[in-house]
Design a protein around this ligand. Structure first.
Ligand SMILES: Cc1ncc(COP(=O)(O)O)c(C=O)c1O
Length: 390
């Protein structure tokens, strides 16, 4: 080969049989070739395994998909470029004009906007309820055919617990699908419930390091099969390098999650005893109104907590500005601790009554607990509470 040709067809290095890397390679290739046109056609007809174009499937992404499906106790998974991408593609793939969705006031606000603004433009109707209003869910399901329920547990930011057993039972009795954004609870929880579709943001606990975005949809084979073609044309594929980083993050997922939960539990207890704090929202606290349900439903109570600070908006700002170890920014579940103040919680689409129901007050502050030393985090919070009071 002449050199300009050779640089485009470099030597291939095959591993000898029995020799394999402990970390799978990143298949940073958009295209995969078969030995012949006939084999390529067989693959495209679904009669030959393999890979062809990475928007449809890629071995590194596939490894991540299989791992997440197994952890979440379902058959299959599709990974996407972000958590919201996973939610958007799932809802687009599962609905059509004329369908009706049940969604909830206590949820991640961009998901709510996706349903209330974007899907509404395509003729998908919705009913917005409180996650605590099981009677309302029953009434709404009886009132009209419903395609799916879309919910979270624990909810963002006041950590309400959805009664998953009751919600999935009501959904199935009405012929509706249940779709659970399980980002807060993680891949190792809620698998035993009759949830049809799990969605996750991989940007959070999966990667842990806060350096990569991704999303996942996990469900039984037939549902993933039904959604796969739509995902292919929606095109929000995860990049294989991001999949590799997330796979690497997953190796420490359990130790990170457990350590961060233990720290969150101690911090929640400490905050509960502070006079400047009106209420702490953490499902692991016996004072949480749904602690018994959380204890039945969850193995771990999560690494997110929120609390209502007494005082004016200015006190909340003084508190956030005084924190040194908590970064004032979006996201959660990473190794560094984060704080979010009420104006950053993104609930502007809620009217006054919905806001009252949401449990978010002018003093509601969300903390995501990282892997720093817990005593130092508590000292930082103590300093910030003093600053808030001054
Ligand atoms: C519960 C929940 N779902 C979904 C998302 C969206 O994930 P991403 O930022 O990866 O799009 C977030 C992000 O904060 C979230 O908190």
């Amino acid at each position: 080969m002449k050199k300009p040709t050779r640089v485009n067809h470099p030597p291939t290095v095959e591993l000898p049989p029995g020799n394999h890397p402990l970390v799978a390679p990143i298949y940073q290739s958009v295209k995969f070739e078969f030995a012949s046109a006939a084999e390529t056609e067989e693959h495209l007809r679904g009669e030959r395994p393999g890979f062809y174009y990475s928007r449809a499937s890629n071995p590194t992404n596939r490894q991540l998909e299989q791992l997440l499906a197994e952890l979440q106790e379902r058959d299959d998974c599709l990974v996407t470029a972000s958590g919201l991408g996973a939610i958007a593609q799932t809802l687009l793939a599962l609905t059509r004009a004329g369908d009706h969705i049940l969604c909830f006031i206590e949820s991640y606000s961009p998901s709510r906007r996706l349903i209330r603004q974007l899907l509404a433009r395509f003729g998908v109707a919705y009913t917005l309820l409180s996650i605590l209003d099981l009677a309302g869910v029953e009434r709404a399901l009886a009132a009209r055919p419903t395609r799916l329920l879309f919910f979270e547990s624990p909810t963002n930011p006041v950590t309400r617990i959805a009664d998953i057993e009751a919600l999935t039972r009501l959904a199935h009795a009405a012929g509706a699908l249940s779709v659970l954004d399980n980002t807060f609870a993680g891949f190792h929880q809620h698998g035993r419930f009759a949830v049809d579709v799990f969605v996750h943001s991989l940007t959070k606990y999966a990667s842990g390091a806060g350096d990569v975005m991704g999303g996942a949809v996990i469900a039984r084979a037939e549902l993933i099969r039904a959604m796969r073609a739509d995902f292919g044309v929606l095109g929000g594929t995860l990049d294989p390098h991001a999949a590799f980083l997330i796979l690497r993050g997953m190796k420490t997922y359990f130790i990170r999650y457990h350590a961060q939960c233990a720290s969150a539990a101690r911090i929640a207890e400490w905050l509960n005893g502070q006079p400047a704090v009106a209420r702490v929202h953490y499902p692991g606290l016996p004072s949480h109104p749904q602690h018994a349900l959380a204890a039945r439903q969850m193995q771990d109570y999560g690494t997110i907590l929120s609390f209502d600070l007494r005082g004016e908006a200015a006190a909340v700002r003084r508190f956030a500005d005084a924190l040194e170890l908590f970064a004032l920014t979006a996201s959660l579940g990473s190794t560094e601790s984060l704080v979010v103040t009420p104006p950053l919680l993104g609930h502007r689409d809620l009217d006054a009554e919905q806001l009252r129901i949401s449990g978010i007050t002018a003093g509601t502050i969300r903390l995501s607990i990282g892997l720093e030393d817990t005593d130092e985090l508590i000292a930082d919070l103590a300093r910030a509470l003093l600053a808030a009071a001054s």
